[in-house]
Design a protein around this ligand. Structure first.
Ligand code: UDP
Length: 235
């Protein structure tokens, strides 16, 4: 059966409600919260600081280290605490999605740690984590070539759509989901994954939807950053 109406009533190219805020964790060098629908990510940055053990240091540039974690109460069924194969994979793709935007040459022998905690999950958590992490890095004052924004697109019951929620990801009559991250000003894609099957034409169509949605997300990110600095100027 064709998926003619979305479960939550959204248009096929409509994102869930987004909220973004920077400076949410006082003890971090930079931090952010990014909420898209019922998916909530918090990112905190520590660094740049000297990397130990010393043999891991790169004298030419600093390294980025991301740690993605879904907290045990983020979904109805309790998640076992600690690293998993999934969290390691997402940490790695998050690092790769963020790296093209960063300029770490200024920080030889250093590490920038990004901790991403998913406190509520309704699909799209790696993308929400990337959006939060990018904001937190900017908030920490790390030199950046561009922001990184991310969204998941896909096909549900034969229909291409943006920002799948968990019910759509689990749609019985077929669903495929493609997380995409991009540097919006540079028009560069820094993450492209695919869970499920898609024809090349479908991938093209979904990619167009993702790029359009990412540009909207990047505006929200920009406003969140400007909001903080506007407030600091006024105080
Ligand atoms: N999920 C879950 N338990 C888990 C992992 C994931 O309930 O141990 C749910 C959660 O809502 C998550 C969704 O499944 O957002 C989709 O997970 P996926 O691995 O596809 O990554 P995501 O879409 O969150 O980036």
């Amino acid at each position: 059966m064709v998926y003619s109406k979305r479960i939550d009533g959204r248009k096929f190219d409509e994102l869930r409600e987004i909220e973004a805020k920077v400076g949410v964790v006082k003890s971090a060098d930079g931090s952010a919260m990014f909420r898209i629908g019922d998916t909530v990510a918090i990112a905190a940055v520590r660094g740049p600081r000297d990397l130990y053990p010393k043999f891991m240091q790169n004298p030419k540039k600093g390294i980025l280290r991301c740690n993605y974690n879904m907290v045990s109460f983020s979904v109805d069924e309790r998640i076992r605490p600690g690293p998993s194969r999934r969290s390691r994979e997402i940490s790695l793709v998050t690092e790769n999605a963020l790296l093209p935007a960063l300029n770490l040459e200024e920080f030889p022998n250093a590490v920038v740690d990004v901790f991403i905690e998913i406190i509520q999950a309704d699909a799209g958590t790696r993308c929400a984590g990337i959006c939060a992490a990018s904001l937190a890095l900017a908030d920490a004052g790390i030199p950046m070539r561009d922001m990184v924004c991310a969204v998941s697109v896909g096909k549900v019951g034969g229909k291409a759509l943006v920002d799948l929620n968990k019910k759509e990801e689990d749609y019985e009559e077929g669903s495929s989901d493609m997380p995409v991250a991009m540097l919006p000003r540079k028009n560069e894609i820094s993450l492209l994954q695919l869970d499920g099957d898609m024809k090349p034409d479908d991938i093209d169509g979904c990619l167009k939807l993702a790029i359009k949605a990412c540009k909207k997300i990047s505006e929200i990110q920009r406003n969140a950053l400007m909001g903080k600095y506007q407030m600091e100027k006024e105080n």
